[in-house]
Write a protein that binds this ligand. Structure first.
Ligand SMILES: [Zn+2]
Length: 77
């Protein structure tokens, strides 16, 4: 199997981002508003906010927080 340069780059990025949960709960909560808004708007998640998604997937309390925030934001709109 031959991988194109683009596929290899994607794979590397995937590996790097998957491991990168250096955000911590405090950092996650700080960026969560922006992340939720981007999700709500259906815009592409900025690279800077990808770490929020990664953290949420791995951290149950932040995920609960995020779900609650999304519900609240949806009601406002
Ligand atoms: Zn957390």
């Amino acid at each position: 199997m031959q991988l194109s340069y683009q596929q290899i780059t994607n794979l590397i990025e995937l590996t790097v981002t998957t491991k990168d949960d250096s955000l911590g709960c405090d950092g996650c909560l700080e960026l969560m508003d922006q992340f939720a808004q981007a999700e709500l708007d259906g815009t592409t998640i900025p690279r800077a906010l990808e770490c929020v998604r990664i953290h949420i997937e791995q951290c149950k309390c932040c995920k609960d927080e995020y779900v609650a925030l999304m519900i609240a934001l949806r009601e406002v709109q």
